[in-house]
Structures are given as structure tokens and as C-alpha cells.
Design a protein around this ligand. Structure first.
Ligand code: NAD
Ligand code: DAU
Length: 354
């Protein structure tokens, strides 16, 4: 895609990754009109975009991607040239508690967006693009060795990853059947600012700060490949503009950590920042019942993205984690706001139901 003026719908722009993508596009491409479409579920928060909300090229539309009529009328109103689709139910533990919510948003919602693109672009696809943001979890679980490549067969294990896998298949099926220009990326675990504290890193930071138990699932042996969220946003930018149509690209941090080692590292960073004696926060670690169907290891081979488009992660993990911890310590009000209400209810029910 060229950098000529265009109108882009970014779905899920009020969430964690979406807000970083909106910020990057609004600031970097003043000639683009960016329309953030978000239902503002528990995970969406317009405060995440305070610094760009008054930019003249930024617009917000509150809408649910499963509401076909609303989506069609927004396509009519804004005449989108491209969609960058991030809106989703994104938390594995919630998908175990309420799988159908994931089918609805992630599968039906994606199909509705694709259908709207098909209807409003009317087979005239020049300078049009549907970019789907997906996850490495669609590939299932690795043993001690090996990496996920773009050729790894899909093998999802949680209702979340199954719903994302289904949405990926719909995207490729619309490309093959109707010729819609699509691109897709499958990324590993992100971390950084504005991450909702139901996910491992922000949850641990929040619990360490407030002296609550640090719930490590199973033995803490599971491995994740962590990438700084702004590096993911940069990858989306590069793939959106220079990636090949009809292709998917793996995005990863080349940065594998066992959960227990990561939690201990966070404890030691937090002890220093909070002026606690070394070893204090580690005492909060509590081993809890494992997540059902818990994937052992994810690790991405991002060679294709690196070789074709020159993308590499910009930050060392320790530096990124420090930045992240600092952001959470400086934004207590944000945490207070997002952890009131629904969050407390979810946190209680998670352990009641295990
Ligand atoms: P998030 O949960 O922080 O944000 C999701 C956003 O989508 C929220 O703003 C929410 O309000 C919105 N949303 C949810 N349901 C909606 C609906 N029906 N209609 C409109 N908006 C709706 O998620 P995230 O972690 O930022 O993930 C964004 C995308 O990236 C997801 O598609 C996810 O699968 C994918 N992804 C996430 C990670 C990660 O580590 N977080 C890694 C790889 C891929
Ligand atoms: O790999 C990409 C995926 O990463 C994204 O597609 C998902 O949207 C995102 O939520 C994330 O999924 P994970 O399940 O890997 O992330 P989560 O932060 O929930 O958990 C990370 C690891 O930490 C996992 O092995 C489970 C474990 N864990 C998690 C929580 C919340 C704990 O041990 N304790 C916890 O309290």
C-alpha cells in the first residue's frame, strides 16, 4: 500500500495493542484519516488515547463489530480504503469461562467486517486492504525445541485460540473466494504500557505493588516469547505498507522466558523501584491450579518478516520491562480505573471456577 491519503478503520483501537497502533498511525501519517472503531468493552479505554484524541486526523466511532447494520453504515459513512482489525476478546482465561463470547466477537465479528469490505468495495479492490491482526496461539504448543513458522499447521487448544484460528481462516477464505486483498500477522506475547492487568505482566506488577499473592499457574514452567508492544505496532506499519497481499507474517521477540523466571525478574525490579529489601516481593509468589489446556511453549521464527521487510525488535527485554514498570508506577489512576467494577468480579470468579 502506498502512503497516499486514505481513510483507515482500526478496530479495537481503545485496547492495549490497538491504542499503540492508532497512536503510531495518527502521528506518523497526518494525511491519513484514522477512524478508531471500538465497542469499549471492559478492555477498551479511551484514556489510552488521550494524547491523540484531539488530532485532526483522528476519529472515534463506538460500535460493536458483531452489529452488521452498524458496521455497514460506518462503511457507508467513512468510505474506508483499508481496515486494520484488532478488535477481539483476547484473554485465554476468560475464553475458558465464556467461550461463546469469543466465537461471537472473534469469528462472527471478523466475518461481518470482511462481508462489509466485500459489499462496499464492490469487487473493485485497487488500493484497498483488509489487515487482520492475529496471534501465535493458533499454532498450538511447542515442546522444548523448535519455532513456529508461517508454515506450521494450525492446532489451537483454547477457545480463544480456536476462535482466532477460525477468524484467520475466514480472512484467507475471503481472499481466495472473493479476491479481497488481505494481509495477516501472527504475533507472540506483547508487553508494555496500557496492558490490561488480567494478563501476566501487568497483573504481577499490580499485585506486587499492592502486596497481593502472585498467582503462578502450575509449576511456572510454561514459556512465552515476549515482544515490546511498540515493536509490534511498528511491524504492523511495515507489513501494512510493504508486506505482500495474501501473505501472513510471524512477529516475535526472539525472547523466550519461563513464567517463573519472568515473575522473579519482575519482583527484583519492583523491589528496587519500591525501595524494598531484595527478595521481599518473591515471597508473594503462590503456585495455583494450572490453566486447563495450558500450552507449554510459544516461540516465533520471524525470519520472513526480517528478511523481506527488514523488521527487528528495537528493545532489549530488561529495558522494555523497566519502562513498563515505570509506566505502571506513574499511572496509578489508570490502574485504579480499569481494575474497578468488572475486573474485581472476574478475578474472584476465575479462582472460584478452577
Ligand atoms: P485487548 O483486549 O486489550 O483489546 C481489545 C479491544 O477490542 C478493546 O478495546 C475492546 O473494547 C475491543 N472490542 C472487543 N470486542 C469488541 C467488539 N465486539 N466490537 C468492537 N470492539 C471490540 O486486546 P489486545 O491485547 O490489544 O489484542 C488486540 C489484538 O491483537 C487481538 O486481536 C489479539 O488477538 C491480538 N494479539 C494480541 C496479543 C497480546 O499479547 N496481547 C498478541 C498477539 C495478537
Ligand atoms: O501469544 C500471544 C497471546 O498472548 C495473545 O494472543 C493473547 O491475547 C494474550 O493474552 C497472550 O496469551 P497468554 O495466555 O500467553 O497470556 P497471559 O498473560 O494470560 O499468560 C501468560 C503466561 O502466564 C501463561 O503461560 C499463563 C501464565 N499466567 C497468567 C496469568 C494471568 C500465570 O501463571 N498467572 C497468571 O495470573
Amino acid at each position: 500500500m502506498s502512503t497516499a491519503a486514505k481513510t483507515i478503520m482500526i478496530t479495537g483501537g481503545a485496547g492495549f495493542i490497538g491504542s499503540h497502533v492508532v497512536r503510531l498511525f495518527v502521528k506518523k501519517y497526518p494525511n491519513y484519516k484514522i477512524v478508531n472503531l471500538d465497542a469499549l468493552t471492559y478492555a477498551g479505554n479511551l484514556e489510552n488515547l488521550k494524547d491523540v484524541q484531539s488530532s485532526s486526523n483522528y476519529f472515534f466511532e463506538r460500535a460493536d463489530i458483531t452489529n452488521e447494520e452498524a458496521i455497514y453504515s460506518l462503511f457507508e459513512k467513512h468510505q474506508f480504503d483499508a481496515v486494520i482489525h484488532l478488535a477481539a476478546e483476547s484473554h485465554v482465561d476468560r475464553s475458558i469461562m465464556d467461550p461463546l463470547a469469543f466465537v461471537k466477537t472473534n469469528v462472527l465479528g471478523t466475518a461481518i467486517l470482511l462481508n462489509a469490505a466485500r459489499k462496499y468495495w464492490k469487487g473493485s479492490y485497487e488500493n484497498k486492504l483488509f489487515y487482520h491482526v492475529s496471534t501465535d496461539e493458533v499454532y498450538g504448543s511447542l515442546g522444548e525445541e523448535g519455532f513456529f513458522t508461517e508454515e506450521t499447521p494450525y492446532d489451537p487448544h483454547s477457545p480463544y485460540s480456536a476462535s482466532k484460528a477460525a477468524s484467520d481462516h475466514f480472512v484467507m477464505a475471503y481472499h481466495d473466494t472473493y479476491g479481497i486483498p488481505v494481509k495477516m500477522s501472527n504475533c507472540s506475547n506483547n508487553y508494555g504500557s496500557h496492558h490490561f492487568p488480567e494478563k501476566l505482566i501487568p497483573l504481577m506488577i499490580n499485585n506486587i505493588k499492592t502486596n497481593k499473592p502472585l498467582p503462578v499457574y502450575g509449576k511456572g514452567e510454561n514459556v512465552r516469547d515476549w515482544l515490546f508492544v511498540e515493536d509490534h505496532a511498528r511491524a504492523i506499519d511495515v507489513i501494512f505498507h510493504n508486506g505482500r497481499v495474501g501473505e501472513s507474517y510471524n512477529v516475535g521477540g526472539f525472547n523466550e522466558w519461563k513464567n517463573i523466571d519472568l515473575v522473579k525478574l519482575l519482583c527484583s525490579i519492583m523491589d528496587k523501584k519500591l525501595g524494598r529489601p531484595a527478595g521481599t516481593s518473591e515471597q508473594l509468589i503462590t503456585y495455583v491450579t494450572d490453566r486447563p489446556g495450558h500450552d507449554l511453549r510459544y516461540a516465533i521464527d520471524a525470519t520472513k518478516l526480517n528478511k523481506e521487510l527488514g523488521w527487528t525488535p528495537s528493545l532489549q527485554f530488561e529495558e522494555g520491562l523497566e519502562k513498563t514498570v515505570d509506566w505502571y508506577l506513574q499511572n496509578e489512576e489508570w490502574i485504579k480505573n480499569v481494575t474497578s467494577g468488572d475486573y474485581q468480579k472476574f478475578y474472584g470468579e476465575l479462582y472460584d471456577k478452577r
